[in-house]
Design a protein around this ligand. Structure first.
Ligand code: GS8
Length: 219
């Protein structure tokens, strides 16, 4: 029994997608509530008064904040279904290290590519490709980051793939030309129902990014 489970999120959010994939992988039913981040609802402010950010998972009235913490909570609470983190403590530490690396490095690059221009955009593009190449090296010849089964690190990174088209259009470059192995991995992940269901369509993300650019005068 999952109890009462509500996910507060916003459809274009990579962080929200992580929680959705984890819940889908576990086969847990939950209530999804779309938040308007430009006009945050009282429930979100009450559930995450510290950061006031999505995603928040509310389990039997109690909030869990921060996407990676949410995913780990889901994995620990429903541990019999499709384990997401490796069982070996060292492998688990490694998976957490790389998820932290993704959070520290990728988010800023993504923003720098779709929302900036000129030199700032070029710097973000260069750093983004460097980071992806490091991750490609970590993936090596494995099917997934953890080996033969889809897990924590895969679901931490794959949501960014839904923004790749937007980044390529805005930054006028090809990510696949630079990191073909990583793109092959992302396509493999997309074959999973949990991922395909949780990631928005690339065109929808692109139109959303264009709207944001207009709204904030970034064109
Ligand atoms: C980041 C969440 C976040 O940035 C996590 O959950 O992993 N470290 C956190 N959420 C954004 C939307 S996604 O870009 C958010 O809620 N922003 C609203 C705001 O900053 O006001």
């Amino acid at each position: 029994m999952a109890g009462e489970l509500v996910l507060l999120s916003s459809w274009p959010s990579f962080f929200g997608m992580r929680a959705r994939i984890a819940l889908e992988e576990k086969g847990i039913s939950y209530q999804y509530r779309e938040e308007n981040l430009f006009e945050k609802g009282p429930f979100l402010l009450q559930m995450n008064p510290i950061h006031k950010k999505i995603p928040v998972l509310v389990h039997n009235g109690k909030p869990i904040c921060e996407s990676l913490i949410i995913v780990q909570y889901i994995d620990e609470t429903w541990k019999d279904e499709s384990p997401l983190l490796p069982s070996d403590p060292y492998q688990r530490a490694q998976a957490r290290f790389w998820a932290d690396y993704i959070d520290k490095k990728i988010f800023n690059c993504v923003k720098g590519i779709w929302s900036k221009k000129g030199e700032e955009q070029e710097t973000a593009k260069k750093e983004f490709i460097e980071v992806l190449k490091v991750l490609e090296g970590e993936l090596g010849d494995k099917l997934y980051f953890g080996g033969h089964s889809f897990g924590f690190l895969d679901l931490s990174l794959v949501p960014f793939y839904s923004w790749f088209y937007t980044m390529e259009k805005c930054g006028n470059f090809s990510i696949e030309a630079e990191c073909p192995k990583l793109i092959a991995w992302a396509k493999k992940c997309m074959e999973r129902e949990s991922v395909a269901k949780s990631l928005p369509d690339s065109d929808r993300v692109y139109n959303y990014a264009l709207e944001l650019k207009k709204k904030f005068g970034l064109e």
